[in-house]
Design a protein around this ligand. Structure first.
Ligand SMILES: [Zn+2]
Length: 101
C-alpha cells in the first residue's frame, strides 16, 4: 500500500479527535469507551465498545442518516487502529463500521 502523505494523515487525526470530542455529547456521557482498550465504561467488564446500548444511542442520534453514521464511526476507526494495533483491520471494521449498514 502506498505511503499516506503526512498532511492527509494529520487531517485525518484532527478529524478523528473531533469525532472523539463529539462522542461525549452524542452519548450523553453514557456507555463511553475506555481508551485505549476500547471497552465500555458502563457495561460488564471487558465488553467491547461500541456495546449494544452505544450502537442504539448512535443510531438514534443519526436517525435515517446512515451515511453520516458510518462516516462518523469511520472517523473513530482511525484512532482505534492506532490504539489497538494488534487487532486485524478487518476485525476492527466489522466491529466499528459494519453494524451501521
Ligand atoms: Zn455499554
Amino acid at each position: 500500500m502506498a505511503e499516506t502523505p503526512t498532511t492527509v494523515r494529520a487531517a485525518r487525526a484532527i478529524q478523528a479527535e473531533r469525532s472523539m470530542s463529539a462522542l461525549n455529547r452524542r452519548m450523553n456521557g453514557e456507555h463511553l469507551p475506555r481508551r485505549p482498550q476500547w471497552q465500555c465504561q458502563m457495561c460488564e467488564p471487558d465488553t467491547p465498545w461500541p456495546c449494544h446500548p452505544a450502537r442504539v444511542h448512535l443510531a438514534e442520534a443519526y436517525g435515517r442518516d446512515r451515511i453520516g453514521l458510518s462516516m462518523y464511526v469511520g472517523g473513530l476507526l482511525f484512532i482505534v487502529a492506532m490504539e489497538l494495533p494488534d487487532v486485524a483491520p478487518a476485525e476492527l471494521y466489522e466491529r466499528f463500521v459494519a453494524w451501521t449498514r
